[in-house]
Design a protein around this ligand. Structure first.
Ligand SMILES: [Cu+2]
Length: 225
């Protein structure tokens, strides 16, 4: 057998080395890009109550990791329609080994028809890395708070009120439901379609309730000082 060893010129070897070097460099770059996160985000506080007509300031702390040094853009991606959510800045330059704080104010207008638990989401983005944060807000109502019974659910399922306030439930379903306290302190009786029932809460505490015909329907009233 006549074995032929191909002759490889030194020029070809050079080209081969360049190709290998480029491939290695490319994989290193993609490894660096996929090394997430390059910055950390913390929120304080991340869950809090707000009284209607009031506001709360939240601080968002962005901290550089792995020598990350870049602009970070902030965007409110979800908020209840009636809430006013304002970011102090829409972008911030984060320096290596440092942390930056951006303040956010959540304002709940007096007229807002928002009682119970709501969420505000903020996206922090830098060179294709998006880090979302979520704030949980308990909106505290004063006076009369409307709630609905709709599609076999109490809406909102969690209501925060100041003591001395009243919750009014309106049944929107074509079936009868009840608002029945778990510990037996109150019971609306069967409420047909369109019926409204109300209850005043004078003592602070958490009042859990359910629907007698449909015990999977549950809700809680938080009565605050
Ligand atoms: Cu029911």
């Amino acid at each position: 057998m006549n074995m032929q060893i191909p002759k490889v010129s030194s020029r070809r070897i050079e080209i081969l080395f360049v190709i290998i070097a480029l491939a290695l460099a490319n994989s290193i770059v993609s490894m660096t890009l996929s090394k997430e996160p390059q910055f950390t985000v913390s929120v304080d506080p991340s869950a809090f109550p707000i009284t209607k007509g009031g506001y709360k300031d939240v601080s968002i702390t962005i901290k550089s990791l792995y020598g990350f040094e870049s602009e970070v853009r902030l965007k409110v991606s979800r908020a209840p329609a009636e809430a006013i959510v304002a970011l102090e800045k829409e972008s911030v330059f984060v320096e290596n080994a440092r942390e930056m704080i951006v303040n956010l104010r959540v304002n709940i207008p007096e007229r807002a028809n928002l009682v119970g638990t709501h969420y505000v989401d903020v996206d922090l983005e830098s060179s294709n890395i998006v880090q979302p944060i979520e704030l949980m807000i308990g909106v505290v109502g004063v006076g009369i708070q409307q709630a609905e019974i709709k599609d076999y659910q109490f809406v909102p399922a969690t209501v925060y009120i100041k003591k001395g306030s009243t919750v009014k439930w309106a049944n929107q379903d074509f079936v009868a439901h009840t608002v029945t306290s778990v510990n037996g302190t109150f019971d609306s009786g069967l409420l047909g379609f369109g019926r409204v029932w109300e209850m005043k809460f004078d003592k602070i505490g958490a009042y859990q309730y359910f629907c007698l015909p449909h015990p999977y329907m549950v809700g809680t009233i938080w009565v605050l000082d």
